[in-house]
Design a protein around this ligand. Sequence first.
Ligand SMILES: [Ca+2]
Ligand SMILES: [Ca+2]
Ligand SMILES: [Ca+2]
Ligand SMILES: [Ca+2]
Ligand SMILES: [Zn+2]
Ligand SMILES: [Zn+2]
Length: 377
Amino acid sequence: MRRLRRAQQRHARQNKKFRRRAVAAGTAAVITLGTGATLRKALAAPTPDAHQVPVRQDADIDLLANAEEFAIGYSPFRPDQNRNEIPDGAELAKRCATVFNQLPDCSQAKADEICKDFALTWGLETCDICGEVVNMGGAWVTNPRLGLTVNFPILATHYLEHGSFSYAGDVHNGRVDIAALARALELRFPYDPNEHQLPVAGDDLDGDLLTDNEELKAGYNLYDADQDDDLVPDGIELAKQCGEIVDALPVHEPNAPGVEELHKVNYFQRGLEHCHICGTTRNMGYWEVINPKLGLSIEVPDILCHYMEHGSFSYSGDVHGKGRIDVPFLVKVLQMPRRCGDLGTIYPPGDSNRDCNLNFTDFAELAGKWLDSTQPN
Ligand SMILES: [Ca+2]
Ligand SMILES: [Ca+2]
Ligand SMILES: [Ca+2]
Ligand SMILES: [Ca+2]
Ligand SMILES: [Zn+2]
Ligand SMILES: [Zn+2]
């Protein structure tokens, strides 16, 4: 009992110390909100959850320790690699919770299926933060294909749901082995998959929904599912970016004289096409996307625009059937990367946070990180 109380006091002390640092970091973050877009997103972001207690040796304060980031291939100096205003550690923890909760029970799972187990014990435990009471037993994730089992207190699942890999209750106090859990769950990114992201036909070595051939032809990295380190598989990201660009193109009449800019021509027809995934309706016709400078054009079915919005170059509708656009050719016609931040962007040296905006904060960030990563503890 005395040992337990000491552990709690230690935990409280740590919290106080790290909270002070987190507050200082929060102030710095406000200063970097330069553009209107970032500010709008920040305002929309939910307020941080008290379960997300600061973590030691976490240079970018995203709730993943530096060593943990290295272990799972994240960047220890970029707190929000996918730029959605959610600290990547909190996001990954919630994603782990979602995937864990959806796992089948091992007693009912197929032979090679990832599954979960609980060992309930005769006793309860109270969460330090919100007072919720959980069983003080343990939980297991088993991945038979990898021969891997990861175990943590049931209390940890409550904290994961709240975006924290650390947990503290009146019985258990610790941190989930993130690398092992992510491996066992076969989960690398915090992003939420969407059912429109149809599997690709053909070899896809890195599993990013761009086939090896597409990557070779378009000049992307076929060995890296996330070559721009934004924690979104590159095929999904590229489809969304192409979708945004096509969507925003100016519309011109067919063969309009003097048009030099990239544009599209409307070939909509009288009739609708239903999406096989969500049932939404789009026009059964298509856009012709024309690049006059290159003398190239490509047909983009309106149903594909709907799929690109959801991160897929493959589509499935009741007029066009199942299909996939010629991705390297689309990329060529659109001259990707068109905008800073599009897949394939070469960032200028010094743009360390990759916001395509070189300014004082980059230098401040560099200096701050250097101090952080050299200070012991
Ligand atoms: Ca970190
Ligand atoms: Ca994030
Ligand atoms: Ca690929
Ligand atoms: Ca990516
Ligand atoms: Zn709680
Ligand atoms: Zn749909």
